[in-house]
Write a new protein. Structure first.
Length: 365
C-alpha cells in the first residue's frame, strides 16, 4: 500500500478540518507533507498547529515538488478551476472542495483536462459518508423502499456578521453564492445521491439575514427524474442549527434530524425508519444490516479515494456528481432570475452555462 503525500492548498478552516477529521485518521495511507498559503502568518500558524514542516507561499512552488502525490484544494471557490487545471498539468492527483468550480463550462473544461492528464480529480462531498445514510441508500437501491413519492430537505443554520469578516465571503466574485453554495450544497447533494438527478427545478433566493451580496435564504421545488417531488429550504438565520431530511417512499419513510454541533453530520446513525407494515420493517432491517460499519465524513471519503487510486475503481464522489450539483445551483439561480422552471440537464447552449452568478443589476444589496 502506497502512502500518499498530500499538499493542503489554502490554510483555512476547511483545510484543518480535512486534516483533523480525515488524513490524521488515515496515517497509514496519507502524509500531509506540505501546507501552502499566500498569507505568511496564516501559513505559519496552520503548519505549526498541524505539525507540517514544509511550507510554500504559492501553488506553483508546490507543483514543482516531485514527491507530492495529491493536491487538496481548500481555497476560495473562484480559484478552484485554475488550480485544478494547473495541478493536472503538473501531474498531480487532486481533491477539491465544494463548490467544485464556478460554472458548468469550467467543470467540462476540468473533465477534459483530467482525461488528457493521466491523473484523477475527486470533488469533496464528505456528508455522504456515514453508517446511517449508507444503510438508507442500500435499502433504496435494493428496491425495498419501493417507489419514491416526496422528499423534504431543510438546512436551517446560522451565520452572522462575524462569519463575513473573512474577506472573500459574501461576495459573488469570490464565494460564487451564499447558503446554496457553501452550506446547503451538502444536503442537496444527499438528495441527488439518494434519489438520482433532478429533471425540473424552480427556486427563489434572498439576502435577509446579513447585509451581503449573496443569498442567505433560499427555497426550491424539484421534479426528480424518477417523477418524485422534492422541496428544499435553506437559511442562515436559524436560532439553532438544524438539518432535516425526510424521504417518503411507497414502503417506508426515512427521516434524519440533527441539531447544534451535530447539524453537519446527517450521514451518521441513527436514522428513523418508518415501515409501511411489520413485514416490510423486517425486510428493511435485514437489508440494512448487510452494510458493515465504517468510518464517516472526510475519513471515509479519503479512505475510498486511496483505494480507488490503487485499484482503478471510480472515486466515491465523481466529476459527474459535481456536475449534477452545479447544474442544480445553476438552475436555482436561473429560475429565480427569470421566474421560470428550468429543465435539466443544462447544455453548453444555455445562457448560464458560463456561470450562474447574477447580472450586476440583479445583485442584492
Amino acid at each position: 500500500m502506497t502512502r500518499l503525500k498530500v499538499a493542503i492548498i489554502g490554510c483555512g478552516w476547511v483545510g484543518g478540518s480535512q486534516i483533523e477529521r480525515g488524513y490524521r485518521e488515515l496515517a497509514d495511507r496519507f502524509e500531509v507533507a506540505v501546507a501552502c498559503d499566500t498569507q505568511p502568518e496564516r501559513l505559519g500558524a496552520f503548519a505549526d498547529q498541524h505539525g507540517i514542516a514544509r511550507r510554500a507561499a504559492t501553488l506553483e512552488a508546490v507543483l514543482a515538488m516531485p514527491d507530492v502525490d495529491v493536491v487538496s484544494v481548500c481555497t476560495p471557490p473562484n480559484l478552484h478551476c485554475r488550480q485544478v487545471l494547473a495541478a493536472l498539468e503538473a501531474g498531480k492527483h487532486i481533491i477539491c472542495e465544494k463548490p467544485f468550480v464556478a460554472s458548468l463550462a469550467e467543470h467540462d473544461q476540468a473533465v477534459a483536462a483530467e482525461a488528457a492528464s493521466g491523473r484523477r480529480v475527486m470533488p469533496i462531498f464528505q456528508y455522504r459518508f456515514g453508517n446511517g445514510i449508507a444503510k438508507v441508500k442500500h435499502a433504496i437501491e435494493r428496491g425495498v423502499a419501493g417507489k419514491a413519492y416526496v422528499a423534504a430537505i431543510g438546512t436551517a443554520w446560522r451565520r452572522g456578521p462575524d462569519y463575513y469578516q473573512v474577506a472573500w465571503r459574501g461576495k459573488f466574485a469570490s464565494e460564487l453564492g451564499g447558503v446554496l453554495l457553501t452550506q446547503s450544497i451538502h444536503m442537496h447533494d444527499l438528495l441527488l445521491y439518494l434519489l438520482g438527478p433532478a429533471r425540473t427545478v424552480s427556486g427563489f433566493r434572498a439576502s435577509r439575514v446579513n447585509a451581503v451580496e449573496v443569498e442567505d435564504c433560499a427555497v426550491g421545488s424539484l421534479v426528480m427524474a424518477d417523477g418524485s417531488l422534492a422541496s428544499l429550504t435553506a437559511t442562515l438565520g436559524s436560532a439553532r442549527q438544524i438539518t432535516r431530511l425526510r424521504l417518503c417512499f411507497e414502503n417506508a419513510t426515512f427521516e434524519k434530524q440533527c441539531e447544534g454541533e451535530d447539524a453537519g453530520r446527517p450521514g451518521d446513525d441513527p436514522w428513523t425508519v418508518i415501515p409501511a407494515n411489520p413485514a416490510i420493517g423486517a425486510e428493511l432491517a435485514r437489508v440494512m444490516a448487510e452494510i458493515p460499519e465504517a468510518s464517516s465524513g472526510f475519513a471515509r471519503q479519503f479512505e475510498l479515494f486511496a483505494q480507488a487510486l490503487e485499484t482503478g475503481a471510480p472515486f466515491p464522489v465523481t466529476l459527474a456528481d459535481a456536475r449534477r450539483s452545479l447544474e442544480l445551483i445553476t438552475a436555482l439561480f436561473h429560475s429565480h432570475e427569470t421566474g421560470r422552471a428550468v429543465t435539466l440537464p443544462i447544455s453548453a447552449s444555455h445562457e448560464k452555462y458560463h456561470g450562474w452568478t447574477p447580472r450586476p443589476a440583479t445583485v442584492a444589496a
